[in-house]
Ligand binder design. Structure first.
Ligand code: GLU
Length: 463
């Protein structure tokens, strides 16, 4: 059997899209699990919409997330001569013809077909005219008029297309430039691709491309059309319903491993096992198990997976990844007396690193803003905070156990509920009602700063 070769063939008309990354991932994994090759081809023949910036973005993102290609990527914009040669070969074999139908003529044809209740398509009127090439002619493929094309899709099984529903597609435009389908087919052959894994929006292209392959005498390819990636509103994932670029997720502090994990779950699942890494995927992925129905990209799932992946890091790894997020807020991670205790205690305070950095802010810097609703709720009677301040000032042994003991004692003696005692202190320390266990939080802040913050809040409440 030939070694498996897959390819990801993005058009660089935008930054790498999360849906595109899922396609690249499945191509990569399928190649690796078959000891094959994963290639990249930049489909940049649309010179108006393609840019070098988008191309760089796509390549950098793929490489940095770990989906390196096994050969240097190729660019279609540099391969014109190869496509022209292939077009010539098809023409010489009698499988293509020159057509000089004008736009007006084609429109008229479509109007008539629609009026007669037929599917509008090119009717092949120039096929037997034996026209010569000119600057008004396009080269069309002479698609077989009868019979059918059967695509054996690895995910969808057998898909049949009637040839009489496919029109004679254009291979070369009147300016001599090759069309998308021709370039795509020629490159799959030239790159020795064996398996085309791409989005289901390409299904209708497949029979057309197979006809070009047949005209060129190319071998058959394996196909797998992946389910579309949808937003939670069940519409195609786009900027309207979600962040779509990899950078946006990285900037929020989602780990690459969690992003890949959640993308693999878009259409594929490994039984009960939700949390896995790229290596696990290479071991366990089975393209035949990919679902046909659209796959919903749900941020709450990514949040959960990210928290799982974060929890697998040791403290040093976690700190290294968190550091840039703190730096962005003007914080040096080591600028705290109890840095390890602090980070370890707050590492589950949010699902992503930017959220965790935000939670950490009041531990490093003065409180930026208080939760005034919480102040209203818990500090209408600020005698409690006065009492607690006195009690804490008098505490010699500033450790978790003795602090908790004191707070519980005060609570019982005054017949109060836990939040009535704890939340005023939490608000004083962090501005909010959320923090690790209160004894631990007070230890992290240290006695001096804790008392200072309590005094500050008392002042605010006294106003
Ligand atoms: N360039 C196409 C796209 O970006 C992909 C073509 C293919 O995978 O065959 O959608």
């Amino acid at each position: 059997m030939k070694p498996i070769v897959t390819r990801f063939a993005p058009s660089p008309t935008g930054a790498l899209h999360i849906g595109g990354l899922r396609t690249a991932l499945f191509n990569y994994v399928y190649a690796k699990q078959n000891n094959g090759k994963f290639l990249i081809r930049i489909e940049d023949t649309d010179t108006e919409r393609s840019t070098k910036e988008f191309e760089k973005n796509i390549l950098d993102n793929l490489t940095s997330i770990g989906l390196q290609p096994d050969e240097d990527p190729i660019n279609q914009s540099e391969r014109n001569a190869i496509y022209l040669k292939a077009a010539e070969k098809i023409f010489q074999s009698g499988n293509a013809y020159w057509c000089d139908c004008s736009q007006d003529e084609l429109e008229e044809m479509r109007r008539e077909q629609t009026a007669a209740g037929k599917k509008p398509m090119y009717d092949g009127r120039s096929r037997n005219l034996g026209l010569e090439r000119s600057n008004k002619t396009v080269l069309r493929l002479a698609t077989p008029e009868n019979g059918e094309i059967i695509v054996n899709d690895l995910i969808r099984g057998e898909i049949k297309f009637n040839n009489n529903e496919l029109d004679d597609l254009i291979l070369l435009r009147s300016d001599g430039s090759p069309t998308y389908h021709l370039c795509n087919v020629v490159d799959d052959y030239e790159q020795k691709v064996t398996t085309v894994i791409r989005g289901e929006d390409h299904i209708s292209n497949t029979p057309r491309q197979i006809h070009i392959q047949n005209a060129l005498g190319y071998p058959e390819l394996e196909y797998a059309h992946l389910p579309l990636v949808l937003g939670t509103d069940k519409k195609r994932l786009s900027k309207r319903n979600a962040a779509t670029s990899l950078e946006e997720y990285r900037d929020k502090g989602y780990l690459d491993s969690a992003i890949l994990n959640s993308l693999a779950r878009l259409g594929w699942s490994q039984g009960e096992n939700e949390v896995f890494y790229l290596d696990d995927l290479i071991k366990d992925f089975n393209i035949k198990d990919v679902q046909k129905a659209g796959a919903i990209f749900d941020i709450t799932k990514l949040d959960w997976l990210n928290s799982q992946h974060l929890s697998k890091l040791n403290l040093d790894e976690f700190k290294d990844l968190l550091e840039p997020f703190l730096n962005n807020m003007g914080i040096n991670i080591n600028d705290h007396e109890n840095v390890d205790l602090l980070i370890d205690s707050l590492r589950t305070s949010d699902n992503n690193l930017s959220g965790i950095a935000t939670q950490l802010f009041p531990y490093y810097k003065d409180i930026k803003d208080y939760d005034y609703d919480a102040i209203k709720k818990f500090l209408s009677n600020n005698n409690i905070l006065h009492d607690l301040k006195e009690i804490l000032i008098n505490l010699e042994d500033w450790n978790e156990e003795s602090i908790n003991h004191l707070l519980t004692k005060y609570q019982h003696e005054n017949n109060l509920k836990v939040p009535q005692v704890n939340q005023p202190i939490r608000i004083a320390l962090t501005g909010k009602t959320k923090s690790p266990g209160l004894g631990l939080t007070l230890v992290i802040f240290g006695k001096k700063l804790a008392i200072k913050r309590i005094e500050e809040l008392i002042k605010i409440c006294d106003k």
